[in-house]
Unconditional design. Structure first.
Ligand code: HAM
Length: 416
């Protein structure tokens, strides 16, 4: 038997309505905030993620699905959506067009992680990227988009914000971090020794217990912000207050990707345990330039669809079920079935949700099946009905029956 690869999941036909509900909600919220959809390839040149996401991140060093294609090019399945959107922004000259460029995507993403509840190797993100606007009000807007989706889905989550400064103040902070970690180097994991040399901020993101113990007393970026970054953070807080969005400052959020500057934020649910972060994002003013474009400020976030669905389930929020057939047409014998088939064609042609027998079932068994799939009406065609040009229509909710002519079927079911 063939099995599904580890860390991946099927969305079965019986469950896909939940996904469609979340995706539709995301699309509706996106429209409300004037975001247009961008679709970028599932794979990109590996270098994009090395330069974009960062060489010292876990995502790039350990988790990427990278392979050589038949032309000997190094290709990587996208581990996230921001780098591809940024590449496309530059490549398509969007910076010369109308700014800000506000966009969203719903995309699969791939990370070679240890699978567990809420952590998969193929997962899906609803992401938002806003290019060209530098003010904290746009950071607030990104947060508000995520907040609007979470509220629309009826989910209770906590918003944490932080600022990780700009390259200027970060340089000072990195010095402080190095000074702090120097006496502890012996106790840190192998990876952290490299992080110490290359990118001290990454030390704060280590998952190892021993490293986390040391991290607990590390200096905080918030105490090292330059005046401009401080003002930006204050402005963000003001905007969130104006929008009536509750938040908590968590000075320990540094995010797992290298491109962030200033604002970072996460929405966390307490109901799904360890993988409680349903949404994360922030400002990334250096990324476009880093990838070869003109300096362009940007901010965005991504929410994991699997995690949103998990929180929905755990908090008892049900997606509305998929629509049920308006009518099931049952035929007594072959000739009647052909008539049922022809009427079903006419009904569907007029936009009526109709179903027929595909399994050569008896009329009794067809009734049972119609009931199971939740058909609102069952229309039976037997020999007598065929001769009279009518069908016997039963309303499954109240059990009442009436005769409806073949010619009147479209009008009858269009109005019922
Ligand atoms: P991220 O925090 O790496 O950020 O991922 C965003 C969200 O994707 C997470 O909060 C989580 O819900 C979901 N997620 C991440 N990894 C997995 C996984 N292995 N299994 C299931 N869900 C997962 C980014 O990807 C950034 N690109 C967000 C962003 C956009 N920042 C600015 N613009």
């Amino acid at each position: 038997m063939m099995n599904i690869p580890k860390g991946t999941k099927d969305v079965l036909p019986s469950d896909s309505y939940k996904w469609q509900y979340v995706e539709n909600a995301a699309r509706e919220v996106a429209q409300l905030f004037h975001l247009k959809e961008i679709r970028t390839p599932t794979f990109e040149h590996t270098e994009l993620f090395h330069r974009g996401v960062g060489d010292t991140t876990d995502v790039v060093t350990k988790e990427m699905y990278t392979f050589k294609d038949k032309g000997d090019r190094s290709i990587t399945l996208k581990p996230e959506g921001t780098a591809g959107a940024a590449r496309s922004f530059i490549e398509n000259g969007m910076g010369n067009g109308v700014l800000p460029a506000k966009m969203f995507y719903i995309t699969p993403a791939f990370r070679y992680e240890r699978p567990q509840a809420g952590r998969l190797r193929e997962f899906h993100q609803f992401g938002v990227e806003i290019f060209g606007a530098k003010g904290a009000q746009t950071d607030a807007e990104a947060i508000l988009i995520a907040d609007a989706l979470l509220k629309k889905l009826g989910l209770k989550v906590k918003l944490y914000i932080n600022s990780i400064g700009c390259p200027t103040c970060r340089a000072e902070y990195n010095k402080a971090l190095k000074a702090f970690f120097a006496p502890h180097l012996e106790n840190l994991c192998y990876d952290c020794k490299t992080r110490y040399e290359k990118n001290p901020l990454r030390l704060l993101d280590c998952k190892e217990e021993d490293c986390q113990k040391v991290n607990a007393n590390a200096p905080l970026m918030l105490d090292y912000l330059c005046e401009d970054c401080k003002t930006h953070f204050e402005d963000l807080k003001k905007c969130l207050q104006l929008a009536n969005v509750e938040y908590e400052i968590n000075p320990r959020i540094v995010r797992g990707l290298d491109y962030y500057t200033r604002t970072v934020f996460e929405f966390v649910s307490t109901s799904i345990g360890a993988q409680g972060t349903v949404c994360g994002g922030g400002r990334y003013d250096g990324l476009i330039e880093q990838l070869g474009g003109n300096p362009t400020p940007a901010v965005g976030f991504a929410a994991g669809l699997e995690r949103l669905l998990m929180v929905m389930e755990q908090s008892g929020v049900n997606a509305p079920e998929a629509p049920k057939p308006t009518v099931y047409l049952a035929g007594m014998d072959d000739e009647c079935r052909k008539k049922a088939f022809a009427i079903a064609c006419a009904l569907r042609g007029s936009g009526v949700f109709a179903e027929i027998d595909h399994m050569d079932r008896s009329v009794k068994a067809q009734f049972k099946y119609a009931d199971k799939i939740g058909a609102k009406y069952v229309a039976v065609i037997g020999g007598n009905e065929l001769a009279e040009g009518v069908m016997n229509v039963k309303n499954m909710a109240n059990g009442e029956s009436e005769k409806v002519s073949f010619d009147g079927a479209v009008a009858y079911f269009s109005n019922n």
